[in-house]
Design a protein around this ligand. Sequence first.
Ligand code: PLP
Length: 422
Amino acid sequence: MPEHDHPGVAGWLDGVNLSALAAREGTPLYVYSAPMIRRRIRSLRSALDGLDAGIRYAVKANGNIAVLQLLAAEGAGADIVSGGEMHRALRAGIPARDIVFSGVGKSDAEIDAALAAGIARFNVESVAELDAIQRTAAGRGVVATASIRINPDVDARTHAKISTGKAENKFGVSIDEARRCFSTGPQWPNVRLDGLHMHIGSQLLSLEPVRQALARIAALWRELEASGHPIACIDVGGGLGVRYREGERAPAADDYVAVIRDALGDFSGRILLEPGRWLMAEAGLLLTRVILEKRGTARRFLVVDAAMNDLLRPSLYDAWHDIVRVGDDGTREKVTYDVVGPVCETGDTFAVGRELPRCVAGDLVAILAAGAYGASMASTYNSRPLPAEVLVDDGRYAVVRRRQAFEEMIAGEQPASDWRDA
Ligand SMILES: *Cc1c(COP(=O)(O)O)cnc(C)c1O
């Protein structure tokens, strides 16, 4: 399947028939294309050719173990934001030396576990966190390696809820504060602070904010080196956008890396990249079956068996996802639907006023570009078990997460019989 085609008319993905797949594995069902994931990471790696650069895939985009293994086989390490993600990454076989740990609120227990595992580097977001890492590393008698996350105060021109590089966002420290951290470095003898990190937001469709932010980071790196603070690593974060709707254009790997080369071409240390969405989003879709069509007084609803608990992005960010009727032959009349799930929330809406071929109960529909921040954000709200996930590759598929059973969903809950004092 070409990168930007969709499985509407054909109903096939990488040689796998989606209707047959849904019949066998049930719906809602996440389907990921292994070839498409490989194409993306290979194009990024070849764009990076000649640079001392590493890819640290942002696990939160899609942390499925099989996905992590596929990306690791293509040379990616991991960018984690929690102890749980570290567990996943290690379990997938990603070596600790290829793992970096980001996040604004790492707990002492998470820092300690990361030091015990020997992860490569902490991306530090505050002075208080430097203090915490110092304490924990001293307790273990080790020296932690750290980059400081700079908040470059640029407008990433993306949705407010996924902008992270403005002064008012909670992430990173200002350039002034970073300067102070390097000059007071001796306060943290168990922290080797020798890196700069940034991540200005997600779903960036313009490279201009990246260019601006990198210019600021590069200026700081030169200034720090001139004042005696060698910088071994610059981590440019993730954020590269993808095509969610027809007509949008995701930046190409070559164009993105050209911006990095412009800013950091003569940097002699290691460059890290933390893409998440760009590697995974377009490689995945969510298959869902039409439960019924409901004609309200004002609108026509298509009620499908996936819901906001399976794919939260439309509810959380008003995000657009293209939706197609799988196997559509183009002969059905077009109807304007609100596509909604069965959850008891008005926000449980995938699309409003969307023109689709007329659908009937039992039809199969695909919500496209759902490979990132889809399954990883899923919950069991309304006691709906977590959906299954499959990976397809060259005419075959593998279930990489089985559908959660009711008993698995309630495992861990128990009657209040074991009362204790605290
Ligand atoms: C979420 C996140 C990423 C990945 O962002 P994408 O937009 O998915 O590429 C990278 N780095 C950090 C620190 C993040 O929090």
